[in-house]
Design a protein around this ligand. Structure first.
Ligand code: GDP
Ligand code: MG
Length: 444
């Protein structure tokens, strides 16, 4: 796996007192393959490797006490930088313009433009208290305008009334007119996509852009399209011009290397991530998280290191191995709860696991204390061995029995099961990322 591949190199380096130039070269060869496996485009990989090499053979590595870790950090930092880590201000939508602010959504068919339009509308309405108008310029698919109208209804924002027979340009102008007349803050214009880049699509989108002069032109790209996304981003940027990128389907098991390439090729920042089909599944872009994901490490390295400080070595290794293999039963969970209790706050540990944010929200920060660990241990303690190994069999009557056996409520039992399931899914997902690389690239 990509993670394993790098891990192997980094482990070898970790033990060393000083690094020679050839140590660094060996490591960089692996890093190069790893980045390519993560769908980072070749020219971008070359740039990054050159940058890392320059820094890695310099004084900072030779002199550091743990050179291996230093190389890991240099690679990680170079990725964060390439993902736009420095330009804080460029992240998120730019709403610094006179109302109504036009936002144009562009991209290929199925990339998630319409869904993302709905998500952005919901966010602007909720967090920013903006009055948002949604308009679909997709006259090619009969149901497209209806799809947006339905999303608008769910987000409780207004969508432009559908008028048959209008061109995309006419619809855009009607939307802006309404936006001005009824004092909307933001007008989101969702455009049609094609399955592949073609002149007709580009001309249509470019014409709308020229007429409306959107403040943001967001390219929506499916993270799962991998290397192809670079061509898409380049084409849209050259023909239409974009101000930012929204990468969707990051809830899938794509590595995220596409983000790096798109950013490098267009210079446009990744502004938002789509992480699911639901309207609230819109996330801020965090370069460090994507960098970790590309490296295939999550923050599992630091989790394991921290665990090793407080738990004995054998226990720590078992924990890491189980997490990485995605073999994590309720029995393990119960025995780890005790260990986790020793490590300090659960919320600190959860913060280190990629994707654990959701679980944290479910629990609520206030509940992340020792007492919840004890309660959860008690609930698991009231389960039969069969139930612990196969939680799927726990239906209503078993839940009642477990709740009364542990002095808790069915609600609490449900909460624990849900939390465990989320945790296991997350581990499976991390595992799947690893397996994919392993099958494609083999282990070094
Ligand atoms: P469009 O053709 O670009 O407008 O794409 P749509 O917005 O219609 O989305 C196509 C499909 O992708 C729909 O089924 C969406 O629910 C789904 N989709 C959109 N964004 C995401 C995402 O971030 N994650 C997942 N899993 N599905 C998404
Ligand atoms: Mg659409």
């Amino acid at each position: 796996a990509l993670g394993n591949r790098l891990q192997g190199v980094f482990d070898r380096l970790r033990g060393r007192g000083a690094l020679s130039e050839s140590d660094v070269s060996d490591a960089l060869r692996e890093v190069r393959v790893a980045l390519l496996e993560a769908d980072v485009a070749l020219p971008v990989v070359r740039d990054i490797i050159a940058k890392v090499r320059e820094r890695a053979v310099g004084q900072e590595v030779i002199r550091s006490i743990q050179p291996g870790q230093q190389v890991v950090k240099i690679v990680h930092d170079a990725l964060v930088e390439a993902l736009g880590g420095g330009d804080e201000g460029a992240r998120g939508l730019d709403l610094n313009a006179p109302s109504p602010i036009p936002i144009l959504m562009v991209g290929l068919q199925g990339s998630g433009k319409t869904t993302t339009s709905g998500k952005i509308a919901l966010r602007l309405k909720g967090r920013e208290r903006k009055k948002v108008l949604l308009a679909s310029l997709d006259v090619h698919r009969p149901a497209a305008q209806l799809q947006l109208a339905q999303l608008a209804e769910r987000a409780e924002v207004v969508s432009l009334p559908i008028v048959a027979g209008q061109s995309p340009l006419q619809i855009a102008e009607r939307a802006m007119d309404l936006g001005r007349r009824e004092l909307y803050d933001v007008v989101i214009l969702d455009t049609a996509g094609r399955l592949a880049i073609d002149d007709a699509l580009m001309d249509e989108v470019a014409a709308v852009k020229a007429a409306v002069k959107p403040h943001e032109t967001l390219l929506v790209v499916d993270a799962m399209t991998g290397q192809d996304s670079v061509n898409t981003a380049r084409a849209f940027n050259e023909r239409v011009g974009i101000t930012g990128i929204v990468m969707t389907r990051v809830d899938g098991d794509a590595r995220g290397g596409a983000a790096l390439s798109m950013r490098a090729v267009t210079g446009a920042p990744i502004k938002l991530l789509g992480a699911g089909e639901k309207l609230d599944a819109l996330e801020e872009f965090h370069p460090d998280r994507i960098a970790n994901r590309i490296l295939g490490m999550g923050d599992i390295v630091s989790l394991v290191e921290r665990a090793a400080e407080t738990i004995d070595q054998a226990e720590a290794e078992k924990l890491a191995a189980r997490m990485q293999k995605g073999q994590f039963s309720l029995e393990d969970y119960a025995s780890q709860l005790k260990q986790i209790g020793k490590m300090g706050s659960l919320s600190g540990i959860m913060g280190m696991l990629p994707g654990a944010q959701k679980i944290k929200q479910q629990l609520g920060d206030a509940n992340l204390d020792q007492s919840i660990l004890k309660r959860q241990a008690a609930i698991i303690g009231s389960m039969t061995i069969g139930e612990r190994r196969k939680p799927e069999i726990i239906k209503a009557s078993r839940k009642k029995r477990i709740a009364s056996g542990s002095g808790s409520s069915v609600q609490e039992v449900n909460k624990l099961l849900k939390q465990f399931e989320d945790m296991r899914d997350m581990m499976k997902r991390m595992n799947k990322m690893g397996q994919k690389g392993l099958m494609r690239g083999g282990l070094a």
